[in-house]
Design a protein around this ligand. Structure first.
Ligand SMILES: [Zn+2]
Length: 75
């Protein structure tokens, strides 16, 4: 059983409606790459909307090729 965080709908100041998820971004510690859950990494089999925790362990940084262990959660 996996725990999925739910997205919430929020309205920006410009009146634009968008889905805001509670998923966190993760910073690669070896290069400037930042994993953004809403974008995912489709070229490497990670569809948009995938939280970092749900990425398969074999996934590596698309820029420098380092493993998931070397990412740090952005607050
Ligand atoms: Zn990297």
């Amino acid at each position: 059983m996996s725990l999925k965080k739910q997205g919430i709908i929020s309205t920006t100041q410009g009146g634009e409606c968008r889905i805001v998820t509670e998923m966190d971004k993760w910073q690669c510690l070896a290069c400037p790459y930042i994993y953004e859950p809403e974008r995912g990494d489709p070229t490497n089999g990670v569809p948009p909307g995938t939280s970092f925790e749900d990425i398969p362990d074999y996934w590596v940084c698309p820029v420098c090729g380092i493993s998931k262990d070397h990412f740090e959660r952005l607050m």
